[in-house]
Structures are given as structure tokens and as C-alpha cells.
Design a protein around this ligand. Structure first.
Ligand code: HEC
Length: 105
């Protein structure tokens, strides 16, 4: 990882008091972790961090991608086959983390 990328990841510290340390993402989130990371800290430079986003926002955005109201080459495809239950589980998971923001070192 580049120095800049490391600094960026370090700038977004994720702690999960609501989730046990060994908890795993729900099954529906498995493909998402490749870009957004298991806890929502993005592992791809062009993917947004989604850890700690409000639950309602995550539900809203995933439904918007699924319906085509919001479009993006990758996300439209990723959300296409999510059920309402999948979306609820994914939103529960990623919104369960707490974000701490601090200046880059
Ligand atoms: C190949 C990489 C990739 C994968 C896999 C992926 N995403 Fe994304 N995701 C992105 C990118 C890139 C964006 C930014 C979309 C845009 O610019 O509108 C995004 C945007 C989002 C957003 C909106 C964030 C915001 O701030 O508005 C959510 C929520 C999200 N993804 C959830 C998921 C979920 C849930 C999955 C799995 C079902 C998933 N993503 C799989 C790359 C990915």
C-alpha cells in the first residue's frame, strides 16, 4: 500500500462497539467487501468508505441503485439482485461501526 493510501486508511479509524470483534459481515455483503472492506473502510481507491453511514442512508442508496434511480456501472450491477432482507442486513452491518475522524499524520 502506498504511503498516501496508508495515511488515508489511518485517518478513518473504525471501531465497532456494537459488533463483537470476531463478527463476520452478513453473507449478502461478501462480494461488497472486495471494494468496501469487511467493515466498510474501502480497500479500493475509487470506492467510498461506507462504515458508520446512517442505516437509513445505506438502505436508501442500495434501493436507488437497485431501481436504477441512482446509477453507477459497478453498483447498479452489485445491487440488482439484492433482496429487501439483504439490504436490511447489509445496512445493519455497515451502520453498526463508529467512525473517528482525525487529521492525516
Ligand atoms: C468493484 C467494487 C465495488 C463492489 C464489489 C461494490 N461496490 Fe459499492 N461502490 C463502489 C463504487 C465505485 C461506488 C461509488 C458509486 C458512485 O460513484 O456513485 C460505490 C458506492 C456504494 C454505496 C453508496 C455510498 C455513498 O456514499 O453514497 C453503497 C451504499 C455501496 N456502494 C454498497 C455496496 C454494497 C452493499 C455492495 C455489495 C452488494 C457493494 N457496494 C459492492 C464500488 C463497489
Amino acid at each position: 500500500m502506498s504511503r498516501a493510501a496508508r495515511a488515508f486508511v489511518a485517518a478513518v479509524m473504525v471501531a465497532g462497539p456494537a459488533v463483537a470483534a470476531d463478527a463476520q459481515p452478513p453473507r449478502a455483503a461478501t462480494p461488497c467487501t472486495a471494494c468496501h472492506g469487511p467493515k466498510g473502510v474501502a480497500t479500493m481507491p475509487d470506492a467510498p468508505h461506507i462504515a458508520g453511514q446512517p442505516r437509513a442512508y445505506l438502505v436508501e442508496q442500495l434501493k436507488a441503485f437497485r431501481s436504477g434511480r441512482r446509477t453507477h456501472e459497478v453498483m447498479t450491477f452489485m445491487a440488482k439482485n439484492l433482496s429487501d432482507a439483504d439490504i436490511q442486513e447489509i445496512a445493519d452491518w455497515y451502520s453498526s461501526f463508529e467512525i473517528e475522524v482525525k487529521p492525516r499524520p
